[in-house]
Design a protein around this ligand. Structure first.
Ligand SMILES: Nc1ncnc2c1ncn2[C@@H]1O[C@H](COP(=O)(O)OP(=O)(O)OP(=O)(O)O)[C@@H](O)[C@H]1O
Ligand SMILES: Nc1nc2c(ncn2[C@@H]2O[C@H](COP(=O)(O)O)[C@@H](O)[C@H]2O)c(=O)[nH]1
Length: 219
């Protein structure tokens, strides 16, 4: 195990890219924060965006807030692992922190849309585990966007309009979780992460681990 976070019983493990996507307001940011709080070895990928900062958001924690020329320069310099236009703004995943975390055997959590997920998959399909979060109903989705109280009515209308399009991509994801009760949804997402971490092919130190035990048994 390289960092004490993901390997089990001292067995070295390959880091995975754990992706949450959903229509806006279904709860992926909430679930991401809960996951990071409970899994200290999980690295949250912080995206860059041209979207204006919401009240309470912190630059470098929630996003890197950049203007369009800066974003374009980052695209030009190939600094993004993936990027996309979402809701009239640009969003992208800075490449360097993700590559560093994976190289250290750590898992990385992404809160990105379906376009970004597709791009990650085309680069590293074996290491991507994707979860699509659905709201329990259209009414709940709209209610959540309003109670979050961070976007104007116009922005909320725009996001609700695009929610159907977002949802149409559910079938490209490995897992689907309906986020009705947040505690239940969190347990589901946590269980998916744990099971994927335990996959034999990710435990790259398992052969040596078993070989060593067999050698001891032969003595
Ligand atoms: N299971 C739930 N029950 C009730 N409210 C919830 C639940 N999950 C999340 N919420 C609330 O819904 C609102 C939207 O959640 P959140 O910001 O996590 O969504 P999101 O999918 O990340 O949206 P976006 O794509 O716009 O960033 C928040 O106010 C959050 O507290
Ligand atoms: N393809 C990418 N999508 C991203 C990235 N960061 C966030 N997002 C998605 O954008 C929407 C809107 O987010 P909001 O914070 O403005 O509500 C949401 O679906 C995010 O998942 C990214 O780096 N790449």
């Amino acid at each position: 195990m390289k960092d004490g976070s993901g390997g089990f019983n001292g067995v070295e493990r390959r880091g995975l890219m754990f992706v949450l996507s959903s229509p806006s307001g279904a709860g992926k940011t909430t679930l991401s924060r809960m996951l990071v709080d409970e899994a200290p070895g999980l690295t949250m990928s912080v995206s860059a965006t041209t979207r204006p900062r919401r009240p309470g958001e912190v630059d470098g924690r929630d996003y890197y807030f950049v203007d369009r020329p800066k974003f374009d320069a980052m695209v030009e310099a190939d600094e993004f692992l993936e990027w996309a236009h979402v809701f009239d703004n640009c969003y992208g995943t800075p490449r360097a922190p993700v590559e560093a975390a994976l190289a250290a055997g750590r898992d990385v959590l992404f809160d990105i849309d379906w376009q970004g997920t597709q791009q990650l998959r085309s680069r590293a399909s074996n290491d991507v585990v994707s979860v699509f979060i659905l709201p329990p109903s259209v009414q709940d989705l709209e209610h959540r966007l309003h109670t979050r109280a961070q976007d104007s009515d116009e922005v909320i209308r725009g996001r609700m309009k695009k929610a159907g399009d977002e949802m149409s991509h559910f079938d490209a994801y490995d897992y689907i979780v309906v986020n009705d009760n947040i505690g239940v949804a969190f347990e589901s997402v946590k269980a998916i992460l744990r099971a994927e971490q335990l996959k034999r092919e990710r435990q790259i130190g398992i052969e040596a681990f078993v070989r060593d035990m067999r050698r001891q048994l032969e003595k």
